[in-house]
Design a protein around this ligand. Structure first.
Ligand code: AHR
Length: 503
């Protein structure tokens, strides 16, 4: 029996819905064929956006979408993606397969997609090959309501009203594909560029994000904060101020040369991959500790705006398109990380799994007019009950599992929140391949009146295909019983569960 203690009166931090955010890059078939098929497609669409994909994402409650990259962002010139589509410039997508990008999906299309999804907007600016003027004018084009060259151009292109840009990143991976810069050089560029990301609407201020570290690059975090965080607490256009610092960490079974298969793996590779995803906890904790020194009031969010699994591409697909399948192993990785983000929601204010459709750990795969929801999709759907809640203090007995010393990991993870109606949401993962766990959740300070549950579970490499789209999906989960402040239940191996508790 594993004791799960919940202090139902101790609220620790707010769970920003954006913690369950997504990322869409001009990469492979994420945008073209994934979300966008064009107005003239036979595939049902509204203004070019696939109806099946939009409906599925709305049902999953997508809170925020990042665009246009990734590495693509630092070679994207936004003016090439506005105006009459026939006149838009074509370019080479040098990072992702060298294919021709026809710019038919640009700023207007992204904003239309977010309108249909009802989600927040996260636009990633170009520092690597773009100018300050270009970035500044993009922000003016998107958000200025008065008379100006850029707002007039937007109106001429068919959009009278400004849009809301919730988040704007000053570059992407500037330590790598975004310019191979040193932290010192980028810090100076950050201070410079962000000055011209103007807030035209005081009621809808843009949150400006600085490129943060990859994995355990603590020196990057330290340098960025040392050089840029001198005007903390000032929510205007102060030089050097930032609202968020990004963090990227991908889970690979092996390494960048030989990543490992998405669907064909053994028990050792199961535990190895899950053990590696737990590095996220170490990275968040250590980067947060540095941030705490500069920003004890936690005004800067840690934005994990790229995370998820990265496997060898599916055989027979373009290696530059990063198309991979998605199994129960990915469902566990999603559940573990979303629990971790909840636990660190005092500092983690946004996280964007890579990527939305057809790329890396996608929630949706498409092929022509067909669409499947992946196991990861169902975990996001279950966890959506945490969005906008307050994290509650909780702890769970665990044991260490795994096959070899270097690949040890906890058998269970959990997080608990309370929503605005006072309902308590418990999510839990069981990483074991073969052992179920009997749980006793004790809700100190509450009397349990009812519990409903959902579960995602199957054999370890189970996945959904276009021929068999419903192998993995969420199903009802029954608890063994509840009395006073205690709920008893058994979480099966290889599973993710969510309970909604009425107290
Ligand atoms: O998500 C794929 C790529 O991974 C992104 O373009 C880049 O930012 C990261 O290296």
């Amino acid at each position: 029996m594993y004791r799960h203690i919940i202090n139902s009166t101790k609220k620790l931090s707010h769970i920003n819905p954006e913690i369950q955010g997504h990322f869409s890059e001009h990469l492979g078939r994420c945008i073209y064929g994934g979300v966008y098929v064009g107005e003239n497609s036979d595939i049902p669409n509204v203004n070019g956006m696939r109806t099946d994909v939009v409906e599925a994402l709305k049902e999953m409650k997508i809170p925020v979408l990042r665009w246009p990259g990734g590495c693509f962002a630092d070679e994207y010139h936004w003016m090439d993606g506005i105006g009459d589509k026939a006149d838009r410039k074509k370019m080479i997508n040098t990072n992702w397969g060298g294919v021709v990008e026809d710019n038919s999906f640009g700023t207007h299309e992204f904003m239309e997609l977010c309108r249909q999804l009802g989600c927040k907007t996260y636009v990633n600016g170009n520092v690597g090959s773009g100018t300050v003027r270009e970035m500044s004018e993009w922000v003016e084009y998107m958000t200025f309501d008065g008379v100006s060259p850029m707002s007039e151009l937007r109106k001429k292109n068919g959009h009278e009203d400004p849009w809301t840009v919730d988040y704007f990143a000053i570059g992407n991976e500037t330590w790598g594909c975004g310019g191979n810069m040193s932290p010192e050089y980028y810090s100076d560029l950050y201070r410079h560029y962000q000055t011209f990301v103007k807030n035209y609407n005081p009621d809808k201020k843009i949150k400006r994000l600085a490129v943060g570290p990859s994995d355990k690059d603590y020196a990057w975090t330290e340098t960025l904060l040392k050089r840029c965080y001198e005007r903390a607490g000032s929510w205007n256009n102060a030089h050097g101020f930032m609202d968020g610092l990004t963090l990227h960490y991908y889970t690979l079974p092996y390494n960048w040369d030989k990543k490992g298969s998405a669907t064909i793996f053994n028990d050792k590779e199961w535990y190895m991959t899950l053990a590696k995803t737990f590095y996220m906890e170490e990275y968040i904790t250590k980067h947060s500790a540095i941030m705490d020194r500069y920003d004890p009031e936690k005004q800067i969010g840690l934005m994990v705006d790229e995370w998820g699994t990265w496997y060898d591409v599916e055989e027979g697909t373009n290696p530059g398109f990063l198309y991979q399948q998605n199994t129960i192993r990915d469902a566990l990785i999603a559940g573990i990380n979303l629990n971790l983000f909840n636990k660190h929601s005092d500092r983690v204010k946004m996280a964007n799994i890579a990527q939305l459709v057809n790329v890396l750990q996608a929630v949706i795969l498409t092929e022509g007019d067909k669409m499947v929801k992946t196991p990861t999709y169902y975990v996001f759907k279950l966890y959506s009950a945490h969005q906008d809640n307050e994290l509650l203090e909780s702890s769970l007995d665990i044991k260490t599992i795994g096959l070899e010393d270097e690949y040890k990991l906890p058998n269970l993870t959990e997080s608990v929140s309370v929503n605005k109606d006072g309902k308590i949401i418990i999510t839990m993962t069981n990483q074991s391949l073969d052992e179920s766990a009997e749980i006793e959740s004790v809700l100190h300070g509450s009397v349990v009146k009812g519990v409903t549950g959902r579960i995602v579970t199957e054999k370890m490499n189970a996945h959904n295909t276009f021929d068999n789209p419903d192998v993995v999906k969420d199903a009802a989960f029954e608890v063994t019983g509840f009395e006073n402040d205690t709920i008893k239940y058994t979480i099966p191996p290889r599973s993710v569960i969510a309970l909604e508790v009425t107290v």
